[in-house]
Write a protein that binds this ligand. Structure first.
Ligand SMILES: Nc1ncnc2c1ncn2[C@@H]1O[C@H](COP(=O)(O)OP(=O)(O)OP(=O)(O)O)[C@@H](O)[C@H]1O
Length: 632
């Protein structure tokens, strides 16, 4: 469901019946949900605030967090178009979920200067329920979190740098160079050895993992010089990304063991990739608190976190309070990608805060060594926001990058039918190969087939959504069976059904984002996942079919060939970050399906989030110390 809604009648559950005045007007206009207004009414009643413009600001601050911001930018609020939450729940605006009853017209926004004055002077600010800082209005919880993240990072930066045996470092750098180690990778690795905190950024294939593997060897070597052995954690926000990181590091180390670095590789302990939740000590009774915290820190000497762009402010706060101040922290990721589903844009803020400063913890890798030339060129032009350049690369139309062009105003069911006709062969072909391997009992082949082609959608529902495209591919498979005289499999656990895990299951050792496939074994369907994990379907309750997946869910994985379905240009989900994330999932071939207007809108629209973290970090750096040393 998008945030705009159209009430169907006076008893519509989305109407906040107890809200009055401005809150009721904004709720009726679809700009606030019933829950936003209830929070504001309750906070107002408890805190003794009756000014309806302040209560409106509270409700909008709740809405801002729900939509991914950490705070409400009061000045920008009237101009900000309603947008869906990070993980879209519903159809595009052109396909309303409710009958067409006209939405109430937009209510009047308070006069900006008087509004800001009323908010700053509110008893809720005096009581610490709200905070007004850097032009932003914070709910207390997010203000504390943001300040804590800034303080912890500033404290880490204020420490004495680690002692480094430079001669030994130079010798080890030469030994780990192996077959490839570019100058920028070498600089990044040396930076990481000399720093407590490193933010290693770069797009897919820029050699981040290659560099991380070498950093670990260099650190283990420095520790060996002191007669110590390192304890290392390698983690990522999703299980899929953690497994990928573990495998990629293991692959790099295996290559280096064959060369001059064998002795160094032998010094490293075995490395198992874990989810951040598992590293921090997941608790069944609390989703945002962990076993490890400031009073019970993680014991590791080095903590590596891959796919850091997916880490929201809350999880970053928990991580920073759990790592010991002297632990080496390596945050790895691509700040151009979609931001976290939860509130915050932490990685991007960290990079912004340190742009063009000396002593910055950011080490950037810029050369893509994996994807092919046109995919690289497209992502580079996307990064620069060059819409004409993006269209020019797509128009050049070769085997590597192509545009399946739809008419400009087309984003409804008819255009989806046209797209279906274009994609029938490629989507059915990919699904058929996975099904063929599954029917032959070839688990490895079926799992490998999952990464051959990926169909990415912005939306979950509607004609351009994952649901419709999953059903479509299943129908094509059934038709294909019929055409071949094979009895179609209609049950939910049909052979070759691609699976996407949607939440962590610690008992089954399955993690959000992992992919698997159904393969019949001894006449019964079984679900298989990477690493030889086999599960009875009856035990799986958090899986979805994955003939298509959302761009959000595709983060942390790549496929040889990717098809991206762009929704209509008016879709609020269509942003540069979404398009860039989708494009950079492709290793060898990319097909973009959509109108030219949608491509242009995707390049030109940024996913803005209101956060004050970058400003806080700049202030802390200027003061050369924690942003607020008195807090806590
Ligand atoms: N300096 C280099 N020269 C040539 N090839 C390289 C270099 N560095 C890395 N590679 C190769 O490029 C590919 C991508 O490297 P790597 O996996 O380290 O990138 P990454 O940034 O971690 O990618 P992703 O974010 O997609 O995981 C690998 O096959 C790696 O062996």
């Amino acid at each position: 469901m998008t945030e705009l809604f159209e009430p169907t009648d006076a008893a519509d559950h989305r109407l906040a019946l107890r809200a009055e005045g401005l809150l009721a007007a904004f709720n009726r206009a679809g700009l606030l949900t019933a829950a936003d207004t209830h929070v504001a009414v309750r906070v107002g009643a408890l805190g003794g605030e009756t000014d309806e413009t302040v209560l409106l600001a509270v409700a909008l601050a709740v809405r801002a967090v729900r939509r991914g911001s950490v705070a409400l930018d009061l000045a920008a609020a009237p101009g900000a178009a309603p947008a869906p939450p990070a993980e879209d729940l519903g159809p595009t605006p052109s396909t309303p979920a409710t009958p067409a009853t006209p939405a109430t017209s937009a209510p009047p926004w308070p006069e900006p200067t008087a509004w800001a004055r009323a908010v700053r002077g509110s008893v809720l600010v005096d009581a610490g329920v709200l905070h007004h800082e850097h032009g932003l209005l914070y709910l207390d919880r997010y203000h504390r979190l943001e300040a804590q993240v800034a303080d912890d990072l500033a404290r880490r930066a204020a420490q004495e740098p680690p002692e480094v045996d430079e001669d030994r470092l130079a010798a080890a750098v030469a030994a780990v160079a192996g077959e490839h180690f570019s100058a920028e990778q070498r600089r990044a690795a040396e930076h990481a050895v000399r720093s407590r905190t490193t933010i290693l950024t770069g797009g897919p294939g820029t050699g981040k993992t290659t560099t991380v593997a070498r950093v670990l060897l260099l650190l283990a070597d420095q520790a060996a010089a002191r007669g110590e052995r390192l304890s290392i954690a390698v983690a990522a926000p999703t299980g899929k990304a953690a497994t990928r990181l573990e495998e990629a590091i293991a692959g790099e180390l295996a290559g280096l063991r064959a060369g001059d670095a064998a002795a160094l590789v032998d010094r490293l302990p075995a490395l198992a990739g874990v989810t951040l939740h598992r590293l921090l000590g997941w608790r069944p009774d609390n989703a945002t608190r962990f076993r490890h915290h400031r009073g019970n820190r993680l014991g590791h000497d080095v903590v590596v976190v891959d796919e850091s762009s997916m880490v929201d402010l809350t999880l970053m706060g928990r991580l920073l309070e759990a790592v010991r101040p002297r632990t080496r922290l390596l945050l790895v990721g691509d700040p151009q990608q979609l931001t976290s589903v939860g509130a915050g844009a932490v990685l991007g803020d960290l990079v912004d805060a340190h742009a063009d400063t000396s002593g910055s913890p950011v080490a950037a890798l810029t050369v893509n060594h994996r994807s092919t030339r046109h995919i690289n060129e497209l992502s580079e032009r996307l990064r620069r926001g060059d819409a004409d350049g993006v269209l020019a690369v797509l128009d050049a139309g070769d085997d590597e990058v192509s545009l399946v062009e739809l008419p400009d105003a087309a984003d409804g069911p008819e255009a989806a039918e046209r797209a279906a006709a274009e994609l029938h062969e490629v989507c059915l072909g990919a699904a058929r190969r996975v099904r063929g391997a599954a029917r032959d009992g070839d688990v490895a082949g079926a799992l490998a087939g999952l990464d051959a082609h990926r169909l990415l959608c912005a939306h979950r529902e509607g004609p351009w959504g994952v649901g419709a495209w999953n059903r479509r591919v299943e129908l094509w498979l059934a038709e294909d069976d019929e055409a071949r005289g094979v009895a179609p499999s209609y049950g939910p656990w049909y052979a070759g059904r691609p699976l996407l895990v949607t939440s962590n299951d610690y008992t089954l050792d399955l993690y959000n984002g992992e992919t698997g496939v159904v393969v019949p074994t001894a006449g019964r369907p079984r679900a298989f996942f990477a690493g030889g994990r086999e599960v009875s379907p009856g035990r799986l309750d958090a899986v979805e079919t994955m003939h298509a997946m959302t761009v959000h869910k595709s983060q942390g994985s790549q496929a040889a060939e990717v098809t991206v379905l762009l929704p209509g240009e008016d879709s609020p989900l269509l942003t540069r970050e979404l398009f860039y994330t989708a494009v950079t999932r492709a290793e060898r071939r990319l097909r973009v399906v959509g109108s030219r207007a949608a491509v242009r809108a995707a390049v030109e629209r940024r996913a803005e989030r209101a956060t004050g973290l970058a400003a806080r970090l700049r202030t802390a750096r200027a003061a050369d110390g924690p942003a607020d040393a008195g807090r806590r």
